[in-house]
Design a protein around this ligand. Structure first.
Ligand code: DAH
Length: 438
């Protein structure tokens, strides 16, 4: 460890050397002066003083002066000079080697302290202590100016070397510490990619939405576009444009939620047909999923339910296109083995109108106690038909040039059949125990 007394000794030695040089200089000057001392002149002065004293008749004083003159005669200036020379030599014999040794010991200890610095802050403290403006090393450098000329290079060199060595040591340690601190930081910030993830509650698609996705996927695969419309509809789009004029008894078939004047919650997705046809020229191939509303609530009816509307209008569209398209769709959703059949039906906006049944995909018609088809062998799936010419005219299409088919299905009902759910209301109660099963 760094021992401050070491540096103090170093400083002291340097100071001593500085003092000694002053002393040596004084001695040298004294010796010089002594060399020039002329004892005979002094003797002559003394003689003259004695003469004067004689005339003053102070014989005693004269006698003393005479003796002084005698003594001065014997004064050997060279001896005095020799003494002064020796004193000067002794002074310059201050042990420079010791200074050098002290300095290198100090440097070693300081280097050791620097190497042991535990962090950059401590290192900076050491730098200020060893190399700062009020460090002992700086003091020593200042003393150098007061040293005898011949001692300056040596002591100055020692001090400069010590500075350089310490600066180097600090630089090396600073790099080491920066590396160590960076490593520590990286280690502290490290992310353990092998840790298992925080469990994130997994959602699942609603059973109705699974069917919607399957159906929409199927039609998109055929080149149909997805179209959507508002759930709050005008009476016109929901009824009148679909060939159900005000007062027509067909309106009562749909248990409607009436809103403000002229507005309803749409009872089916069929108004999207109208909006689509009004917004573009034929050909039209769209599939329109969405929420619909009716005042109904029992195990197979809920006030809100989903529908998927489909519409194809083009030149030469026939009922066989309708049947082929829907048969393919049924196979896509329920399995390759299902068959479809059409039954005559009635809708205001189609002529002829049909209902499409799908053969029971569970028992295939073989189980009289089948829970899904209740022994019927067939499942009612959707309403469809050829678009009524009155509807085409209403949207400005020429029924002589274009024909079309349309259909509307209930994905909730389809999901009930597909997943064997007896009560439609479960779909919309938001009970996670139920929904997690899909
Ligand atoms: N909109 C009818 C309903 O909700 C379903 C329907 C039947 C839609 C025949 C159609 C269709 O597009 O052609 O009961």
């Amino acid at each position: 460890m760094y021992d401050p007394s070491q540096m103090a000794r170093f400083a002291r030695e340097a100071a001593r050397l500085a003092d000694a040089s002053k002393f040596a200089e004084q001695a040298r000057r004294a010796a010089e002066a002594a060399k020039h001392l002329d004892a005979s002149k002094f003797a002559e002065q003394a003689r003259r003083a004695a003469e004067a004293a004689k005339h003053l008749d102070v014989s005693k004083f004269a006698e003393r002066a005479r003796r002084a003159a005698e003594a001065a005669k014997h004064l050997d200036a060279s001896k005095f000079a020799e003494q002064a020379r020796r004193a000067a030599e002794a002074a310059s014999r201050v042990d420079r080697e010791q200074v050098v040794a002290e300095a290198s010991r100090f440097t070693e200890q300081a280097q050791a302290a620097i190497r042991a610095a535990k962090n950059l802050a401590e290192l900076e403290r050491l730098r200020i202590e060893y190399l700062g403006r009020s460090s002992q090393l700086t003091e020593v450098k200042k003393l150098v100016r007061e040293l005898p000329v011949e001692a300056r290079p040596e002591v100055g060199g020692v001090a400069n070397r010590a500075s350089r060595d310490l600066e180097d040591a600090i630089k090396v340690r600073a790099e080491e510490l920066a590396f160590i601190e960076r490593e520590a930081r990286l280690r502290a910030e490290a992310v353990d990619v092998t840790l298992p993830g925080v469990p994130y509650p997994k959602g699942s698609l609603h059973p109705s939405m699974r069917v919607v996705d399957e159906v929409v996927d199927f039609f998109v695969g055929l080149g149909y576009r997805v179209a959507e419309g508002p759930e709050v509809e005008t009476d016109y789009y929901n009824f009148t444009a679909l060939n159900i004029p005000p007062g027509h008894p067909a309106r009562t078939m749909q248990d409607t939620f009436f809103l403000d004047e002229g507005l309803v919650l749409r009872t089916h997705t069929s108004p999207v047909q109208i909006r689509t046809m009004l917004s573009q020229e034929p050909p039209v191939y769209v599939v329109c999923p969405g929420r619909t509303y009716r005042r109904d609530s029992d195990p197979t009816h809920t006030p809100m339910f989903n529908q998927i509307e489909g519409l194809a209008v083009d030149r030469g569209i026939t009922l066989s296109h309708l049947k082929g398209t829907l048969a393919a769709m049924a196979r896509h959703v329920f399995g390759e083995d299902v068959k479809v059949r059409l039954r005559p039906s009635y809708f205001q906006f189609t002529e002829p109108s049909v209902e499409l049944d799908v053969s029971c995909f569970v028992c295939g018609g073989s189980d009289p106690k089948c829970k899904v088809c209740k022994g019927a062998g067939w499942l009612e799936m959707l309403g469809a038909g050829m678009v009524d010419p009155a509807v085409l005219e209403e949207v400005g299409y020429d029924p002589e040039e274009y024909t079309g088919f349309a259909f509307g299905m209930g994905p909730d009902r389809m999901a009930m059949a597909k997943y064997g759910v007896a009560d439609l209301r479960l779909f919309f109660e938001g009970d996670l125990r139920f929904l997690r099963q899909f």
